[in-house]
Design a protein around this ligand. Structure first.
Ligand code: MN
Length: 259
Protein backbone atom coordinates (compact mmCIF):
# COMPACT_ATOMS: atom_id res chain seq x y z
CA UNK A 1 0.00 0.00 0.00
CA UNK A 2 1.24 3.49 -0.91
CA UNK A 3 0.02 6.44 1.14
CA UNK A 4 0.47 10.12 0.39
CA UNK A 5 0.56 12.19 3.58
CA UNK A 6 0.04 15.94 3.48
CA UNK A 7 -1.28 18.75 5.67
CA UNK A 8 -1.92 22.47 5.91
CA UNK A 9 0.12 23.17 9.04
CA UNK A 10 3.41 22.85 7.14
CA UNK A 11 6.08 20.21 6.61
CA UNK A 12 7.47 20.46 10.16
CA UNK A 13 4.14 20.26 12.04
CA UNK A 14 4.17 17.51 14.69
CA UNK A 15 0.79 16.11 13.59
CA UNK A 16 2.11 15.35 10.10
CA UNK A 17 4.98 13.26 11.43
CA UNK A 18 2.94 11.38 14.02
CA UNK A 19 0.72 10.38 11.13
CA UNK A 20 3.65 9.38 8.90
CA UNK A 21 5.22 7.35 11.72
CA UNK A 22 2.02 5.42 12.39
CA UNK A 23 1.04 4.84 8.75
CA UNK A 24 4.46 3.64 7.67
CA UNK A 25 4.07 0.55 9.86
CA UNK A 26 1.68 -0.84 7.26
CA UNK A 27 2.45 1.08 4.09
CA UNK A 28 5.00 2.98 2.05
CA UNK A 29 4.59 6.61 3.02
CA UNK A 30 5.54 9.70 1.04
CA UNK A 31 5.12 13.12 2.64
CA UNK A 32 4.47 16.08 0.35
CA UNK A 33 3.42 19.20 2.23
CA UNK A 34 3.60 23.00 2.15
CA UNK A 35 6.90 24.50 3.34
CA UNK A 36 5.01 26.69 5.85
CA UNK A 37 1.65 26.90 7.55
CA UNK A 38 -1.18 27.27 5.05
CA UNK A 39 -4.28 26.90 7.22
CA UNK A 40 -7.58 28.27 5.92
CA UNK A 41 -6.62 28.08 2.25
CA UNK A 42 -9.30 25.53 1.38
CA UNK A 43 -8.78 24.22 -2.14
CA UNK A 44 -6.69 27.19 -3.35
CA UNK A 45 -4.48 26.31 -6.32
CA UNK A 46 -1.44 28.36 -7.41
CA UNK A 47 -1.79 29.18 -11.10
CA UNK A 48 0.02 32.51 -11.48
CA UNK A 49 3.56 31.59 -10.57
CA UNK A 50 5.74 28.48 -10.72
CA UNK A 51 6.18 26.12 -7.79
CA UNK A 52 9.37 24.74 -6.31
CA UNK A 53 9.67 21.31 -4.74
CA UNK A 54 12.46 20.46 -2.33
CA UNK A 55 13.40 17.05 -1.03
CA UNK A 56 13.75 17.38 2.74
CA UNK A 57 15.27 15.27 5.49
CA UNK A 58 12.39 13.28 6.96
CA UNK A 59 11.70 13.46 10.69
CA UNK A 60 10.77 9.75 10.56
CA UNK A 61 13.08 7.11 9.05
CA UNK A 62 12.16 5.37 5.79
CA UNK A 63 9.78 8.09 4.66
CA UNK A 64 10.41 10.21 1.57
CA UNK A 65 9.55 13.83 2.14
CA UNK A 66 9.16 16.87 -0.09
CA UNK A 67 8.21 20.44 0.71
CA UNK A 68 6.32 22.64 -1.74
CA UNK A 69 6.28 26.46 -1.72
CA UNK A 70 2.55 26.43 -2.37
CA UNK A 71 -0.80 25.47 -0.91
CA UNK A 72 -1.91 22.10 0.49
CA UNK A 73 -3.81 21.44 -2.74
CA UNK A 74 -0.72 22.32 -4.82
CA UNK A 75 1.18 19.72 -2.80
CA UNK A 76 -1.36 17.01 -3.60
CA UNK A 77 -1.49 17.88 -7.31
CA UNK A 78 2.32 17.82 -7.54
CA UNK A 79 2.54 14.60 -5.55
CA UNK A 80 -0.02 12.77 -7.67
CA UNK A 81 1.01 14.23 -11.01
CA UNK A 82 4.80 14.25 -10.71
CA UNK A 83 6.35 12.72 -7.62
CA UNK A 84 4.22 9.58 -7.25
CA UNK A 85 2.64 9.51 -10.70
CA UNK A 86 -0.72 8.35 -9.37
CA UNK A 87 0.79 5.28 -7.72
CA UNK A 88 -1.20 5.97 -4.57
CA UNK A 89 -3.80 3.95 -2.69
CA UNK A 90 -4.80 6.59 -0.14
CA UNK A 91 -4.34 10.29 0.60
CA UNK A 92 -4.26 11.31 4.26
CA UNK A 93 -4.23 14.98 5.28
CA UNK A 94 -3.40 16.10 8.81
CA UNK A 95 -3.24 15.73 11.64
CA UNK A 96 -4.53 19.26 11.92
CA UNK A 97 -3.97 21.05 15.17
CA UNK A 98 -7.52 22.23 15.88
CA UNK A 99 -10.92 21.01 14.69
CA UNK A 100 -12.38 21.21 11.17
CA UNK A 101 -16.11 20.94 11.67
CA UNK A 102 -19.36 22.07 10.06
CA UNK A 103 -19.14 24.64 7.28
CA UNK A 104 -15.54 25.29 8.27
CA UNK A 105 -14.58 22.31 6.09
CA UNK A 106 -15.08 24.60 3.09
CA UNK A 107 -12.16 26.82 4.07
CA UNK A 108 -10.00 24.18 5.71
CA UNK A 109 -6.70 23.47 3.96
CA UNK A 110 -6.61 20.08 5.68
CA UNK A 111 -9.92 19.12 4.10
CA UNK A 112 -9.01 20.93 0.84
CA UNK A 113 -5.93 18.72 0.38
CA UNK A 114 -7.95 15.56 1.03
CA UNK A 115 -10.64 16.79 -1.37
CA UNK A 116 -8.04 17.12 -4.12
CA UNK A 117 -7.01 13.51 -3.52
CA UNK A 118 -10.66 12.44 -3.72
CA UNK A 119 -11.24 14.46 -6.91
CA UNK A 120 -8.33 12.56 -8.46
CA UNK A 121 -10.17 9.35 -7.67
CA UNK A 122 -8.35 8.24 -4.51
CA UNK A 123 -9.74 7.40 -1.09
CA UNK A 124 -8.99 10.37 1.16
CA UNK A 125 -8.98 11.09 4.88
CA UNK A 126 -8.77 14.51 6.55
CA UNK A 127 -7.78 14.14 10.20
CA UNK A 128 -8.03 16.85 12.88
CA UNK A 129 -7.87 16.98 16.64
CA UNK A 130 -10.12 19.44 18.48
CA UNK A 131 -7.24 20.45 20.70
CA UNK A 132 -3.93 22.24 20.42
CA UNK A 133 -2.45 19.78 22.92
CA UNK A 134 -0.02 17.39 21.21
CA UNK A 135 -0.83 14.53 23.57
CA UNK A 136 -3.93 13.67 21.53
CA UNK A 137 -2.11 13.28 18.23
CA UNK A 138 -1.20 9.65 18.84
CA UNK A 139 -4.84 8.46 19.08
CA UNK A 140 -5.64 10.35 15.87
CA UNK A 141 -2.67 8.79 14.05
CA UNK A 142 -3.63 5.31 15.21
CA UNK A 143 -7.24 5.84 14.10
CA UNK A 144 -6.04 6.94 10.64
CA UNK A 145 -3.93 3.77 10.42
CA UNK A 146 -6.90 1.63 11.46
CA UNK A 147 -9.12 3.26 8.84
CA UNK A 148 -6.43 2.75 6.20
CA UNK A 149 -6.41 -0.94 7.10
CA UNK A 150 -10.22 -1.11 6.98
CA UNK A 151 -10.77 0.82 3.74
CA UNK A 152 -12.26 -2.26 2.09
CA UNK A 153 -15.00 -2.47 4.77
CA UNK A 154 -16.10 1.12 4.17
CA UNK A 155 -18.20 0.27 1.15
CA UNK A 156 -19.18 3.54 -0.50
CA UNK A 157 -20.55 4.41 -3.96
CA UNK A 158 -17.43 6.41 -4.84
CA UNK A 159 -13.99 6.42 -3.23
CA UNK A 160 -14.45 7.25 0.44
CA UNK A 161 -13.68 10.82 1.51
CA UNK A 162 -13.88 11.11 5.27
CA UNK A 163 -13.48 14.11 7.53
CA UNK A 164 -12.34 12.84 10.91
CA UNK A 165 -12.23 14.86 14.11
CA UNK A 166 -11.17 13.67 17.54
CA UNK A 167 -12.38 15.37 20.72
CA UNK A 168 -9.94 16.90 23.18
CA UNK A 169 -10.06 13.82 25.40
CA UNK A 170 -7.77 10.98 26.32
CA UNK A 171 -8.52 7.63 24.70
CA UNK A 172 -10.26 6.05 27.74
CA UNK A 173 -12.51 9.13 28.01
CA UNK A 174 -13.69 8.97 24.38
CA UNK A 175 -17.30 7.74 24.36
CA UNK A 176 -17.42 6.22 20.91
CA UNK A 177 -17.18 6.78 17.18
CA UNK A 178 -20.10 8.42 15.37
CA UNK A 179 -20.63 8.58 11.62
CA UNK A 180 -22.01 12.10 11.24
CA UNK A 181 -23.17 14.80 8.83
CA UNK A 182 -21.86 18.35 8.69
CA UNK A 183 -23.35 20.88 11.07
CA UNK A 184 -24.39 24.12 9.41
CA UNK A 185 -23.49 27.70 10.24
CA UNK A 186 -20.84 26.90 12.78
CA UNK A 187 -18.86 30.12 12.44
CA UNK A 188 -19.27 33.79 11.68
CA UNK A 189 -16.61 36.00 10.14
CA UNK A 190 -15.81 39.23 11.87
CA UNK A 191 -13.39 42.04 11.05
CA UNK A 192 -11.24 43.64 13.71
CA UNK A 193 -9.72 46.98 12.88
CA UNK A 194 -6.51 48.44 14.24
CA UNK A 195 -4.11 51.24 13.40
CA UNK A 196 -0.36 50.90 13.05
CA UNK A 197 0.31 54.64 13.42
CA UNK A 198 0.21 55.28 9.69
CA UNK A 199 -2.60 53.22 8.28
CA UNK A 200 -5.56 51.11 9.31
CA UNK A 201 -5.19 47.36 9.23
CA UNK A 202 -7.73 44.57 9.52
CA UNK A 203 -7.76 41.12 11.06
CA UNK A 204 -10.33 38.69 9.71
CA UNK A 205 -11.47 36.58 12.63
CA UNK A 206 -13.54 33.41 12.43
CA UNK A 207 -15.63 33.03 15.53
CA UNK A 208 -17.32 29.90 16.67
CA UNK A 209 -21.04 30.31 17.25
CA UNK A 210 -22.10 28.81 20.55
CA UNK A 211 -25.30 27.02 19.76
CA UNK A 212 -26.72 23.58 20.19
CA UNK A 213 -25.73 21.61 17.12
CA UNK A 214 -28.31 19.20 15.71
CA UNK A 215 -27.99 15.60 16.77
CA UNK A 216 -25.95 13.36 14.44
CA UNK A 217 -23.83 16.29 13.23
CA UNK A 218 -20.06 16.47 13.60
CA UNK A 219 -20.15 19.35 16.09
CA UNK A 220 -22.69 17.49 18.23
CA UNK A 221 -20.51 14.38 18.27
CA UNK A 222 -17.34 16.28 19.30
CA UNK A 223 -19.23 18.26 21.98
CA UNK A 224 -20.53 15.00 23.43
CA UNK A 225 -17.10 13.35 23.55
CA UNK A 226 -17.30 11.16 20.45
CA UNK A 227 -14.92 10.81 17.54
CA UNK A 228 -16.71 12.17 14.46
CA UNK A 229 -16.32 10.64 11.01
CA UNK A 230 -18.22 12.55 8.31
CA UNK A 231 -18.45 10.91 4.87
CA UNK A 232 -17.97 14.08 2.83
CA UNK A 233 -18.44 12.41 -0.56
CA UNK A 234 -22.10 11.88 0.27
CA UNK A 235 -22.49 15.48 1.45
CA UNK A 236 -20.89 16.72 -1.79
CA UNK A 237 -23.04 14.58 -4.02
CA UNK A 238 -26.15 14.98 -1.88
CA UNK A 239 -26.45 11.23 -1.62
CA UNK A 240 -27.73 9.24 1.31
CA UNK A 241 -24.94 8.36 3.72
CA UNK A 242 -23.08 5.15 2.94
CA UNK A 243 -24.25 1.98 4.58
CA UNK A 244 -21.55 1.78 7.15
CA UNK A 245 -21.73 -1.41 9.14
CA UNK A 246 -23.24 -0.55 12.56
CA UNK A 247 -20.63 -2.54 14.38
CA UNK A 248 -17.74 -0.88 12.54
CA UNK A 249 -17.54 2.20 14.81
CA UNK A 250 -17.56 -0.03 17.89
CA UNK A 251 -14.98 -2.39 16.44
CA UNK A 252 -12.68 0.46 15.42
CA UNK A 253 -12.96 2.05 18.89
CA UNK A 254 -12.21 -1.26 20.58
CA UNK A 255 -9.17 -1.81 18.36
CA UNK A 256 -8.06 1.80 18.91
CA UNK A 257 -8.26 1.47 22.68
CA UNK A 258 -6.39 -1.81 22.59
CA UNK A 259 -3.70 -0.71 20.15
MN1 MN B 1 -4.18 23.86 9.93
Amino acid sequence: MEILVTNDDGIFAPGLWRLARELKQAARVTVVAPDREQSGLGTAVTLRHPLRVQKVKPLVADVEAYSVDGTPTDSVILALGKLLRDKVDLVVSGINSGPNLGDDVLISGTVGAALMGYLHGFPALAVSVASLDEQYLDSAARLAALLAKNLAHLSTPTSPFFNINLPSLSLPEIRGIKFTRLASRSHIDTVEEGHDGRKAYYWLVRQKIERDAAKDTDIWAIDKGYISITPLHTELLNQPPPRIDDGLGNRLLKELKES
